[in-house]
Design a protein around this ligand. Structure first.
Ligand SMILES: C[S@@+](CC[C@H](N)C(=O)[O-])C[C@H]1O[C@@H](n2cnc3c(N)ncnc32)[C@H](O)[C@@H]1O
Length: 276
């Protein structure tokens, strides 16, 4: 299997991942012939899909994000390393706020990567994971079930557009809002990696003519929903740093800052609600 995958995919590392995936499936633990056949056909299917250009993460059906192993398919964006860094920024902000039983929201949760990381890595009161895509929320729900335990019991899923997904009783009570909204412009779309264009959901990536439309919607609602001194963290494209910071100041948020990612590029807009 391994040699064939190496040959067909032209990648030693990917061949190893595919073989490990088949070897670690429950089917391979039994020894009978039927089971071996099932593993073999699963391997053939994965090789075919990868050979057709489908991203490795969708072919494997899961991908790691911080402390999580998340189910992913073409209903959700593949969680990115940059977003792991955005979660790190959000956790530091949460620690600075130091509220007991904090309430966090992850607007545009996709696979649930941000919301589930917050729930797993800190003792949260509630974490609301929202999306306007029913498919994305189904994936987030599956990942929530996978996390299980106390952390999962803190997480609520809600469908709707940005802040509108949240119940009214959360107005003015949110300790921390985090979002990785679509931030690519219509014009930038054509310049994206062809694999991303072909396989990842357009609605996860493209915001509109300027690319800042969804960032602006998330920033605009923050003052209404955050508790006094509550925190906002929004993932942005590096070239959007100045405009995103200006949007946050325009709506009356304070302590506005843009944090850099591991590659040294501006990546996370950070702001705080006024004292009240
Ligand atoms: C860039 S993806 C981020 C997914 C996930 N949070 C992550 O970081 O991997 C953006 C997400 O926003 C969702 N989205 C797009 N438009 C939305 C809207 N109007 N309201 C809520 N969510 C939206 C998409 O369905 C997608 O899941």
């Amino acid at each position: 299997m391994y040699e064939r995958a190496c040959r067909e995919l032209n990648s030693d590392q990917e061949a190893r991942w595919l073989v490990e995936e088949v070897a670690s499936s429950p089917w391979s633990s039994a020894l009978d012939e039927v089971v071996t056949k099932q593993s073999g056909s699963r391997f053939e299917e994965m090789l075919r899909r990868r050979g057709e250009g489908e991203p490795l993460q969708y072919v494997l059906g899961h991908w790691s994000f911080r402390a999580l192993d998340l189910m992913v398919d073409d209903r959700v964006l593949i969680p990115r390393p940059e977003t792991e860094g955005v979660v790190e920024v959000a956790l530091q902000l949460l620690d600075d706020i130091a509220a007991p039983d904090p309430i966090a929201v992850d607007l545009g949760t996709g696979s649930g990567a941000i919301a589930l990381s917050l729930a797993k890595e800190r003792r949260m009161g509630e974490v609301w994971a929202t999306d306007d895509s029913a498919g994305a929320l189904a994936v987030a729900g599956a990942n929530l079930a996978g996390v299980g335990g106390w952390a999962a019991s803190r997480v609520r899923l809600a469908r709707g557009s940005w802040w509108d997904a949240l119940p009214d009783h959360l107005r003015g009570r949110v300790t921390l809002a985090v979002s990785n909204p679509p931030y690519i412009s219509n014009g930038e779309w054509a310049g994206l990696d062809l694999v991303v264009q072909a396989w990842e959901p357009l609605s996860s990536l493209v915001a509109g003519p300027t690319g800042l439309e969804d960032v602006a919607r998330v920033v605009a609602g923050a003052r209404r929903w955050l508790v006094p001194c509550g925190g906002l963290v929004v993932e942005i494209a590096p070239h959007q740093a100045d405009e995103a910071a200006a949007l946050a100041r325009e709506v009356g948020l304070g302590a506005v800052d843009v944090r850099i990612d591991l590659a040294g590029r501006p990546r996370a807009l950070v702001a705080r609600a006024p004292r009240g």
